[in-house]
Design a protein around this ligand. Structure first.
Ligand code: GLN
Length: 488
């Protein structure tokens, strides 16, 4: 360990130092807070920093460690994306609508991490209500990519990915509706996992598109990802979409070889407009899996090209319903300077929401309206079923499907803000997994000539996380990535 930057540690490295008392949680937490203080002016990954809470949680963690009662995440400083409820700590969704909103309860994921005496150092910036791919839709400020501060970190979990890449915390949680964990993880050179739909409770996650949303870990390496998923996965009676499963210990999937595994490479995932460096890196990653003993075969998922269209009907439709609750009455921003109730509602929503959120609400309301419902929403649901079945059939032949995570490396701030469709195309390779409800992980696979991270995506059948960890870990150990971090 480099004693001057203990926050550069992974969770599992920190664990052994904490348990052997070489470092205390309070020291580790102070180091993280110092680093946040030193870097935030440039990176801006945090909407809120919680120093007092963090120090008091760290002292509690140190007591637990002293009592020999530590869990894998005890005393380890972390961040939560700012769309997950934290009792007593503002939860804004990076929206004016919820600016200053302090939830009276914890999300289940927050609770589960606190149960292990984890330490919250702050809340991560995001595209407003998780709608976007660059974090430029945050109503407060954009986050910058720690590898190149003129570039975006991806989104919508850009704050979490940037914070982990910059070692401002040891891990974070993101949410992924169409790629919002995996795409920023890819652009920031960290590991990001979207679990199977229903594996992690969404109680206390501010809803965007409920049939697609999932919470998952953003970490420095695959072993950490397994530790964090172990902590947050599992049934929750408070979330009716939560699966009734007893999750295994994902750490047990690490360190196994790949012999006998069958891996499919869908030709459609080498999309038009893919950066040639991303394509080269992806082909090299596939060759590496082959050298590790996997049987690799080209395959076809012919309905892939419809996934984007399906997503941009279903996600806005669900968002238009979910965001109807922001009416200025119960909580959040409220403009009561109006003549009538309807007028107040209109003024509240006109000022409280930013342009992308309004665009989604309008698209969704249109797709759900009488006369258009069958042509858009119903049609999209039918194509969703076809895409889901296409994956099911593919997973009869393959243990996993692999591709690039994002067609490009991190783009410049402002480069895609004027053209929403260009921005939407950033997620073509990630959103099919949300449509099908299957898990996906992004693992760093290399750096471009410009020194920008490239990510490799592994998809498996629903509840195939063990196979996913097995492949991701073997890949990580054999690749020459070696836990690189940006120079800041
Ligand atoms: N970029 C996609 C969107 O804007 C996905 C966002 C997400 O996964 N939350 O909808």
């Amino acid at each position: 360990m480099d004693a001057s930057t203990p926050v550069g540690l992974t969770v599992h490295e920190a664990r052994s130092l904490l348990d052997s008392r070489e470092v205390s949680s309070e020291e580790l937490t102070r180091a993280a807070l110092d680093r946040i203080g030193h870097l935030e002016e440039r990176v801006r990954a945090f909407v809120t920093v919680t120093p007092e809470l963090a120090i008091s949680q760290a002292r509690e963690a140190d007591r637990r460690i002293a009592a020999g009662d530590s869990a894998p995440l005890t005393g380890v400083p972390m961040q939560l994306k700012d769309n997950m409820a934290t009792r007593g700590v503002a939860t804004t969704c990076s929206s004016r609508m919820l600016e200053g909103f302090v939830p009276p309860y914890d999300a289940t994921v927050t609770r589960r991490l606190y149960d292990q005496a984890a330490v919250l150092v702050g809340k991560g910036n995001l595209d407003e209500f998780a709608m976007g791919s660059s974090t430029e839709n945050s109503a407060f400020f954009p986050t910058r990519n720690p590898w190149d501060l003129d570039r975006v970190p991806g989104g919508s979990s850009g704050g979490p990915a940037a914070a982990v890449a910059a070692s401002e915390c040891l891990y974070s949680l993101g949410s992924d509706t169409g790629g919002s964990i995996r795409q920023p993880a890819s652009l920031c050179g960290v590991v990001g996992l979207k679990p199977t739909y229903g594996l992690v409770s969404r109680y206390g996650l501010v809803a965007f598109a409920s049939s697609l949303d999932q919470i998952g870990p953003i970490t420095k390496d695959v072993a950490d990802c397994a530790l964090v998923l172990n902590a947050i996965a599992g049934h929750d009676p408070k979330d009716s979409t939560s699966l009734s499963v007893n999750p295994p210990n994902y750490t047990e999937s690490l360190g196994k070889d790949l012999r006998g595994l069958r891996i499919g490479v869908p030709t459609e995932y080498f999309v038009d407009g893919m950066d040639p460096e991303v394509e080269r890196s992806t082909r090299a990653s596939i060759a590496l899996l082959e050298r590790l003993g996997a049987e690799v075969e080209e395959t076809s998922l012919p309905h892939t090209s419809y996934a984007l269209a399906v997503y941009y009907i279903l996600a806005p439709s669900e968002c238009s319903a979910n965001l109807a609750r922001y009416d200025g009455v119960k909580y959040g921003f409220s403009d009561q300077d109006a003549d009538s109730m309807w007028d107040a509602l209109e003024r509240t929503r006109a000022q409280g929401f930013g342009p992308e959120v309004k665009r989604r609400v309008m698209l969704g309301t249109y797709a759900l309206s009488a006369g258009y419902y069958d042509a858009f929403y119903l049609k999209a649901q039918q194509v969703r079923t076809i895409i889901r079945k296409e994956f099911q059939t593919a997973f009869e032949r393959f243990d996993a499907i692999v591709s690039a995570t994002s067609p490009t490396t991190a783009f410049r701030l402002g480069e895609k803000t004027a053209d929403p469709v260009q921005m939407y195309l950033s997620d073509v390779l990630t959103l099919p997994a949300n449509i099908a409800g299957i898990p996906g992980i992004s693992v760093p696979s290399g750096l471009s000539k410009d020194g920008l991270p490239i990510g490799f995506q592994i998809l498996t059948a629903a509840l195939g996380e063990q196979t996913m960890f097995r492949i991701a870990h073997a890949f990580e150990q054999a690749s020459d990535w070696n836990g690189q971090t940006p120079q800041l």
